[in-house]
Design a protein around this ligand. Structure first.
Ligand code: ZN
Ligand code: ZN
Length: 366
């Protein structure tokens, strides 16, 4: 088969590799029908995630069709369409039993494209199938559920739920990339009073408005702190959600909140940030961090099935799987291509459309 293989910092290739085989009785083999690229994959290519060994197939988000099952697998059958999540769960360790699958100490957690071969491939071995994959309900396309593999549960759990968003709250979302936009989309499930989006790019802020932000602030042009205090009568916001992952945005988030407010960090940080306890200690603030557990995936799936949540605006570009290298170039250059998420599809697409602009026929709809 072919797959996107990491060969060390800056090096990747779509190339021939051995087909995956069942290794444990709890494994399944899945033919990947649809996959996507994550900002985390770009971090890996920069060399920021040294745990990823050269030779690893990248990717941790996909939808596919089961082609083989291990002897111990009981709830998944050959031919089933399944969502493969960025988080796997052994189902047996202390953390899995508490629903903290992201912290799984039994061989799960974030393993695809990290500790084992990932999902930007024609086929993949999927461990702990019974406790880790989700059957795709009939009537839903791959694209309907693809973003449940990572950004939607990440934004909802680590941002909205950790931040304790309540009806009527004023919330500030720092960063309007795919994760910040997914925070805006899922925060609206709780009917906040006002969503303030903060970013350095006007194009991204326009997206934030499309996704439901009420107020946008370009903090390269104006002072975000000053504007937020103006907008909140000098108090600050109820909840600030950090969705970038650099020290400046974390420090801004902690400065934006009212006394008793909550800061939820979603960003992946590579450097230390300053915690201003000299001003925060007396303000009764709560700061949370986390990796997604994906325990809300069934809930979000239900909302998509009921058409109460529509992830389709995230799919800005379409490529076939064998165009994955080209897709990485478009995704990495989001400042000019305005890419949010790229849909990589195994199915043939119309040949007359230019690459990256093709509409793929949804598969799996009866
Ligand atoms: Zn991801
Ligand atoms: Zn576990």
């Amino acid at each position: 088969m072919k797959a996107l293989v990491y060969h060390g910092p800056g090096e990747r290739a779509w190339e021939q590799v051995p087909d995956p085989v069942l290794q444990e009785p709890t494994d399944i083999i899945v033919k990947i029908d649809t996959s996507t690229i994550c900002g985390t994959d770009l971090h890996i290519l920069k060399g920021d995630v040294p745990a990823v060994q050269p030779g690893t197939i990248l990717g941790h988000e996909a939808v596919g069709t089961v082609t083989e099952i291990g002897a111990a697998v009981t709830t998944v059958a050959v031919g089933d369409r399944v969502l493969i999540s960025c988080i796997s769960s052994c189902g047996r360790c202390r953390f899995c039993k508490e629903g903290h699958y992201g912290l799984c100490s039994g061989g799960g957690g974030w393993i695809f494209g990290h500790l084992i071969d990932g999902l930007q491939a024609e086929y993949a071995r999927v461990p702990f199938a019974d406790t880790s994959v989700y059957k795709v309900p009939e009537g839903l396309s791959d694209e309907d559920v693809l973003f449940l593999a990572d950004i939607l549960p990440t934004a909802f759990e680590v941002g909205v739920l950790n931040g304790g968003v309540q009806p009527g709250d004023t919330i500030a979302v720092v960063g309007s990339g795919p994760i910040g936009l997914a925070v805006i989309m899922t925060a609206k499930l709780y009917t906040p009073g006002r969503i303030i989006a903060i970013d350095l790019s006007d194009a991204r802020l326009e997206k934030a408005r499309e996704f439901g932000a009420d107020v946008t602030i370009n903090n390269g042009v104006e002072d975000a702190l000053e504007r937020v205090f103006e907008l909140t009568g000098g108090l600050g916001v109820d909840v600030a959600i950090e969705a970038v992952g650099v020290p400046e945005t974390f420090e801004l988030a902690t400065a934006l909140i009212r006394p008793g407010g909550r800061v939820a960090n979603v960003g992946v940080h590579g450097h230390s940030a300053t915690l201003h306890l000299e001003t925060l200690w007396i303000r009764d603030v709560t700061i949370t961090t986390g990796l997604v557990d994906t325990k809300t995936t069934p809930q979000l799936l239900k909302l998509i099935e009921e058409r109460k949540l529509d992830p389709s605006p995230f799919a800005t570009h379409h490529f076939t799987l064998d165009e994955t290298e080209q897709a990485y170039d478009v995704f990495a250059d989001a400042a000019t291509t305005h890419a949010l998420k790229i849909v990589l599809s195994a199915v043939p697409v119309a040949l007359d459309a230019p690459a990256g602009d093709r509409k793929v026929e949804p598969v799996g709809i009866a």
